[in-house]
Write a protein that binds this ligand. Structure first.
Ligand SMILES: [Zn+2]
Ligand SMILES: [Zn+2]
Length: 188
């Protein structure tokens, strides 16, 4: 089996007890087969819940070390041959991991396992690759953008009013009616 980045040979490496990966002898990237990984995840004591990712919660300085050998060039899965996609992680981590679109096997570059481990995300790679996780990241991005626009355009008093109105509307039995009336008003 050869490295999808530099073509050197991959050798077996015990990443954790009961988790064997394959590591490139040259760039030190890691190949994690989904079958091996999922077996390990099930046997390791872990919080398997899909904790919502926190954007911008930087822990440690990874920026100098990480993501440098990820030129985001297309890689093919070493297990099934399908294309791999760079997947965002959240938690303020600046790099993406390559995940197979079919079998969810994963390619990590040299420093990424340690960075994921430090944030206790190394046992949640299968969740990070899931649609639910990625959708949540997008939802949080949109919320952050809306938040930034509100901060930029509105006074603190107006922002308070927006927050209060949101709370009031949230549980209102005629919420949809009120919203449609408000939008009608705006268009006239
Ligand atoms: Zn390599
Ligand atoms: Zn695959």
């Amino acid at each position: 089996m050869n490295c999808p980045v530099c073509g050197s040979l991959l050798a077996e490496k015990e990443l954790e007890p009961f988790l064997t990966a394959r590591q490139c002898s040259s760039c030190h990237g890691l190949w994690l087969s989904s079958t091996t990984y999922l077996v390990w995840v099930q046997r390791c004591p872990t919080d398997n819940t899909a904790m919502p990712p926190v954007i911008g919660a930087e822990k440690g300085d990874y920026s100098s070390k990480l993501g440098k050998d990820k030129q985001h060039r297309a890689k093919l899965c070493l297990d099934c041959g399908k294309i791999m996609y760079p997947i965002r992680i959240g938690f303020g981590l600046p790099f993406r991991i390559d995940c197979c679109s079919k079998c969810t096997s994963i390619w990590l570059s040299a420093e990424e396992w340690a960075a994921l481990k430090q944030l206790n995300l190394h046992n949640r790679l299968h969740l990070i690759c899931s649609d639910a996780w990625q959708t949540e990241l997008k939802r949080r991005d949109s919320a952050a953008i809306r938040e930034a626009i509100l901060r930029d355009k509105l006074s603190p008093e107006d922002r308070d009013k927006v927050e209060q109105t949101k709370l009031w509307l949230q549980n209102h039995p005629h919420r949809n009616l009120i919203v449609s009336l408000l939008l009608d008003q705006e268009e006239k």
